[in-house]
Design a protein around this ligand. Structure first.
Ligand SMILES: *[C@@H]1O[C@H](CO)[C@@H](O)[C@H](O)[C@H]1NC(C)=O
Length: 323
């Protein structure tokens, strides 16, 4: 194609979630609230694990990393979307658009691999309990966490590699609230069939591999748990339920979005919102409301905090009185 023949697209127009003003005001309030809840909820998990020495185990260290990833996943597009609810022109620069695509795939890819790592950790803990401490040492745990970020970055770079050089010349309207790669690719002024298939294979390979590994490890774990019905297994079962819920709710929308990549159904938007906003709030909900260890650690920290704060506040009051 003659490179000089077209004017290059410098920005994209996003259509957002809805065109109704009333609905956008409602969304503005709703997603603001949700975003703050995501950040605070995940921060609470990270702080609880960091300050509670009994939770310094591979499972909880990976859980805090999952919380960090969740905040990232909620941050690459949501604040921009919230800002856009109050603005008629929802514009994003070409670079901003590429950045969103890059970040989404780093975080989503990283999260998938981390979920697999967490499943592996549970597999070792439940199926090979006697070897757990020697297999899941801190070095292994760190490499699993670092590995998931590295795989996320590699996956994302490979996606971007064949997107960034596509010629974008005319149409620049993206019917979503962020630069969704499946929609952006279609705007290129060239035959997009090959890039679309490549993108699908890339994401599909990543998603299917993680999904199959998760399916296999949780099946093996569940079979083991069923065979040994002791008291210890009851606790394992409650942790497993939490893990499997997170995995299902993370992969459900992903599979849905990428299963129909060539037709843009309006439900796609709903599912994108689901995976970028509702999944990140799940961990805090699941782990703070359901997990006994985390709940008791939070309770302990709260008690410590009150005991520590009260005397100092009292003395502050006394100082105020004296002045
Ligand atoms: C994430 O994982 C690393 C490596 O295991 C660990 O050092 C760190 O404390 C974890 N948590 C956070 C919040 O980064």
């Amino acid at each position: 194609m003659d490179q000089g023949n077209y004017s290059k697209v410098t920005e994209f127009m996003l259509l957002g979630l809805s065109s109704s003003w009333e609905l956008q005001y409602f969304f503005f309030m709703f997603f603001n609230f949700l975003y703050i809840a995501i950040v605070l909820g995940n921060l609470l998990i990270v702080l609880t694990v960091v300050f509670e020495p009994t939770l310094h185990t591979p499972m909880y260290i990976m859980l805090t990393n999952l919380s960090v990833l969740d905040v990232c996943l909620a941050t690459y597009a949501t604040p921009k979307m919230i800002h856009d609810f109050l603005h008629e022109a929802k514009i994003i620069s070409f670079e901003g658009c590429m950045a969103q695509i890059f970040l989404l795939h780093v975080f989503a890819g990283g999260e998938m691999v981390l979920l697999v790592a967490m499943a592996y950790d549970r597999y070792v803990a439940i199926c090979k309990p006697l070897h757990y401490t020697s297999i899941m040492n801190s070095c292994k745990c760190t490499s699993l966490v670092v590995g998931s970020w590295v795989i996320g970055v590699i996956h994302s770079l490979s996606q971007l590699a064949f997107t960034i050089n596509l010629p974008f010349c005319g149409p620049n309207i993206v019917d979503s609230y962020y630069c969704d790669l499946t929609l952006v690719i279609k705007l290129a002024c060239t035959d997009t069939y090959t890039p679309e298939v490549l993108m699908l294979l890339d994401s599909g390979l990543m998603g299917m591999t993680s999904f199959l590994l998760l399916l296999i490890s949780y099946t093996v774990i569940l079979v083991t748990v069923r065979r040994h019905s002791s008291a210890g297994m009851a606790k394992a079962r409650s942790t497993l339920t939490a893990h499997i819920t997170v995995v299902t709710l993370f992969f459900g929308p992903c599979i849905f979005i990428y299963a129909w990549p060539f037709s843009s159904l309006p439900v796609d938007k709903v599912f994108s919102v689901f995976s970028t906003v509702f999944t990140p709030i799940l961990n805090p909900i699941i782990y703070t409301l359901r997990n006994k260890e985390v709940k008791s650690a939070m309770h302990k920290l709260k008690t410590q905090y009150i005991n520590y704060r009260l005397p100092s506040q009292l003395s502050l009051a006394r100082i105020n009185l004296l002045n």
